[in-house]
Design a protein around this ligand. Structure first.
Ligand code: GDP
Length: 469
């Protein structure tokens, strides 16, 4: 347990029904007694005022400035004694009305009573340091807060429950067993080590590798759930790209939240298609730029397409395939991203663009007939998007270990080490080398759950949290 006591406003600072100030550390109780004055027969029966804040009970009363005795607000306060708390330290939570002034006055009163202002993520960091959560679970807390869709939320809740940690623990145990055996063999070559069955060592490594490879495979899904799939709407001007985006936004049932844009020359919108979060980018167009200013936009568009996980190529069904369309389609071939071709404006009559025209320039990718104006074909488009992303697999929900970019990188590193170790074991006398790689793999995995995470890594992770979390 750390020595000092931290405090922060744990709810967004704005006008709302309730705002919460959270305090954690050894002084939590004494701070509560200084700044909170319970009213009525709180915890001590009808006889009178409770003389102290009993643990895990909610009290009604007032928050006061301990210096001047000024009443700052009506409040509810709950003191929770260590260790059954979020941080495993003593915790005090004070609920007041939410408003910038009242929250900052209450926080000041708490600080004056002996706390210091918490750093971003410091409550969760303490939960980690005190062993209540491992690092992967701590990151899941942020995953829950940031989840934009229900699927992302579900995956993060599973992460908090320790699903990823359990799998990693399983792989790491196998590696440690193999390592212990190798080290014993190397350190005491003359002694009789308990013999293991033929192939035991290899199978420990194989098993660990299998677990890790499955986790790596699911990490891509985790990333999509967390960050949204970068999706580009491509097409020459006036084919209906913006209309299509608006139509898709209009049909969605979930709440749409604007994603902080990384590009200035393209609109970026968060879109939820059957539980899959998409970050849709409506580009400035891909045709050759005529002047320098436009060229910047076009270059940006190219770059975006190359990084896209999905491209929606919009064509004007009524106008036929133009030279610009062909050029854009050519650009898309070779990006590797799945392309869905959308023949828009089908409300204007039978399309003049045929599937064969399209196949000449774009060998694969579903072709969909859509009208952004009337909404025709949008359900089919959503289905096609879902299929393109999931590949027909039911990917969202079960079996997903949502990984952050950091976790994914560490998993890949562990898999590389394990592959090397396996190769070394196949050659005679490779035990030394195998041990080095197994140690590397165990360290990589330990960085995910936190056993081998240094201060720098912890700083990096927890600084991404909000204050009060
Ligand atoms: P963008 O330049 O590709 O973004 O195209 P816009 O979305 O701005 O659309 C260009 C024009 O086409 C606008 O006048 C739209 O109203 C019209 N438009 C877009 N989609 C449809 C459609 O499905 N049917 C019809 N008839 N018009 C459409």
């Amino acid at each position: 347990m750390e020595g000092d006591t931290i405090a922060a406003i744990s709810t967004p600072v704005g006008e709302a029904g309730i705002g919460i100030i959270r305090v954690s550390g050894p002084k939590a109780h004494s701070i509560g007694e200084k700044v909170f004055r319970p009213k009525g027969g709180g915890g001590q029966g009808a006889a009178g005022l409770p003389d102290k804040l009993e643990s895990h009970r909610l009290f009604y009363g007032h928050v006061i400035d301990a210096g001047t005795s000024e009443v700052l607000d009506e409040a509810m306060a709950c003191f929770m004694a260590s260790p059954r708390t979020y941080t495993r330290e003593d915790v005090l939570e004070i609920d007041v009305h939410s408003g910038p002034r009242v929250l900052s006055r209450v926080l000041s009163a708490v600080l004056a009573a002996g706390a210091r202002a918490a750093e971003p993520g410091e409550f969760t960091r303490r939960a980690f340091l005190n062993g209540r959560l491992d690092l992967a679970q701590a990151e899941s807390v942020m995953g829950i807060i940031r989840a934009q869709t229900d699927a992302a939320r579900r995956a993060a809740v599973e992460g908090l429950d320790g699903r990823l940690s359990k799998e990693i623990g399983r792989a790491r145990r196998g590696i440690m067993q193999a390592l212990a055996y190798i080290e014993a063999t190397l350190d005491f070559p003359d002694e009789e080590i308990d013999p293991v069955p033929e192939g035991w060592l290899e199978s420990r490594v194989e098993e660990a590798l299998r677990v890790i490879e499955q986790l790596v495979a699911s990490a891509g899904t985790g990333r999509i759930l967390r960050e949204g799939l970068p999706t580009v709407i491509a097409g020459r001007p006036n084919v209906g790209k913006s209309s299509l985006l608006n139509a898709l936004l209009g049909t969605e049932r979930a709440i749409v939240t604007p994603v902080p844009g990384t590009t200035r020359d393209a609109i970026e919108e968060g879109l939820n298609v059957r539980g899959i979060p998409l970050r849709v980018i409506d580009t400035a167009g891909l045709r050759q730029a005529v002047d320098a200013v436009e060229r910047i936009g076009v270059e940006r568009s190219r770059e975006l397409v190359h990084r896209a996980g999905l491209v929606l190529l919009v064509l004007d069904a009524a106008e036929g395939l133009t030279a610009d369309d062909r050029e854009i389609a050519q650009e898309l071939v070779g990006t590797g991203a799945p392309v869905l071709v959308i023949l828009n404006k089908v409300d204007l009559g039978k399309p003049t663009v045929t599937e064969r025209d399209i196949r000449e320039v774009l060998p694969s990718g579903a072709v969909l007939l859509v009208s952004a104006l009337t909404g025709e074909g949008l359900v089919e488009l959503e289905e096609a998007i879902y299929q393109a992303v999931t590949g027909g697999r039911v990917m969202l929900g079960e079996g997903v270990a949502a990984g952050t970019a950091r976790q994914e990188a560490a998993l890949r590193e562990a898999a590389r080490y394990l592959n090397e170790a396996r190769n070394s074991l196949r050659t005679t006398g490779g035990l030394d080398l195998a041990a080095i790689d197994l140690r590397g793999a165990a360290d990589s995995l330990g960085r995910i759950t936190g056993e081998t995470a240094g201060e720098d890594l912890l700083d990096e992770i927890f600084s991404q949290f909000c204050i009060g979390k």
